[in-house]
Structures are given as C-alpha cells and as structure tokens.
Design a protein around this ligand. Structure first.
Ligand code: ZN
Length: 227
C-alpha cells in the first residue's frame, strides 16, 4: 500500500488491480475500482480508512472489467455505496460474472448500479475535491478517467500505464480508439500531471509522451500494435 497523504492505493486480487482512494478534503473518501477480493484485502482496506478517519462517500468506476469490480458487492455491504459508471460500460459490468467463470475467479453477485450514471465532460464535486470525468474508450467501451486539476493527478484506469497501454483484445477494445483517447484526453494535460493507473506504478504525462513505446511520441496516433 502506498501512503500519499491525500490518497492511497491498494493493489488487490489475483490481477494486482490498483484500488485508488482519494480524500475529499472533508473526511470523505472516493473509492475508485474497488478490487478487494479476500478477507485480508478487506481488512487492509478498512484499516487504511479507519487509520485516516476517512469515510467512503462514493464508488466510482473507470470501467467494469472483472478485476476492477471484485469489491463492488463488499462496498455495498460495508458502506452502502453502489458503483457509478458510464452507461457505455454497463455491458462490461453485465459481462463480469461470465468473465469470473472463465478465469475461475470467485465473485459475489454484483450489486445494482448507482441510479446516476457518470457523464462524459461532467464535473464531480465531493468536499473540496473537483474531478473532471472524460470518456476514454479503446480498452473498454465505457472507460473514463478522472482528472483532478487542483492536485495535478489522474485516476486513469487501464488506458495509459507506465511504459505501456491497456490491452485492446477484450470485447469493445480497439487500438486506434485507445490511441485517440490517450492523445485527446491525457496528452492534452500538462507534463507534470501524475497518472495513477489500474495496474503497476504511477507515471507522469511528460514521461509517457517521451518514452511510451506504444504511443508515438510525435503524436501522430501510430500505435505499435502487437509489439
Ligand atoms: Zn480493464
């Protein structure tokens, strides 16, 4: 687990999925992509919140792939919070139990979604925190990223990784669309913005613009597919 003052990240489940938690500045916490899947992962998560005195206010989904939704039922049971996602990713959410079967991963039945869907271009406000929601398809059809301009950080899900990008071979994935999403949304941000991805360590926009082997640094949109 990473200690970062106004946020923490807990790697969860067999897929090492990063569950990201942001403090809202007023004692609340936003939980992104809850992946907690075992009693010990839940114990760590609950203890991390308790130690900081943060209480969860919302469960926000970058997208609904299996590894990102494994803790959704638990967030409803423990905290009464239903997951919010973009309408375009509802089919992904509905497919997750089938994916769990295919991967042989035990999963509690998924809860009802929150009645409100996320919207492309929406600004979410919790406490003193404002987040811009941007639709970034290509890895999953309804994938979004959450941009925190004030703290120069992005909850990025599986779009852009340190030195890599999200896979595009799952249903609704498409490499050209993913490249466009990265250029249109993420590479428009200042170089210093830190991206917290769904897997692996954080990175910055500047680092990935320069060195990401999957996205052409000249910004022509050429992705080295299959490389
Ligand atoms: Zn994914």
């Amino acid at each position: 687990m990473k200690e970062l003052g106004t946020m923490f990240v807990q790697a969860c489940n067999a897929f090492s999925e990063n569950t990201v938690v942001l403090h809202d500045g007023e004692g609340g916490a936003l939980v992104f992509d809850p992946g907690m899947s075992t009693p010990s992962e839940w114990a760590e998560f609950d203890a991390s919140l308790r130690a900081r005195g943060w209480s969860p206010k919302a469960v926000l989904m970058t997208h609904a792939h299996l590894d990102h939704v494994l803790g959704c039922a638990g967030m409803v049971e423990r905290y009464g919070l239903h997951p919010q996602l973009l309408a375009e990713d509802e089919p992904t959410y509905e497919m997750a139990p089938r994916a769990a079967e295919l991967y042989g991963v035990p999963m509690e039945p998924l809860p009802e979604l929150h009645p409100n869907r996320l919207k492309d271009g929406q600004i979410l406000t919790f406490g003193t925190l404002s987040l811009r929601v941007h639709w970034t398809p290509g890895h999953a059809p309804g994938h979004v990223v959450f941009v925190d301009d004030q703290n120069q950080r992005v909850v990025g899900g599986d779009v852009l990784f340190k030195g890599s990008v999200g896979r595009t071979d799952l249903p609704g994935g498409d490499p050209a669309t993913l490249t466009k999403s990265i250029e249109r949304v993420l590479f428009e941000l200042p170089d210093g913005f830190e991206v917290w991805p769904g897997h692996g360590p954080s990175t910055t926009i500047g680092q990935e613009k320069q060195g990401n082997p999957f996205v052409n640094a000249a910004g022509t949109g050429m992705m080295q597919v299959g490389g």
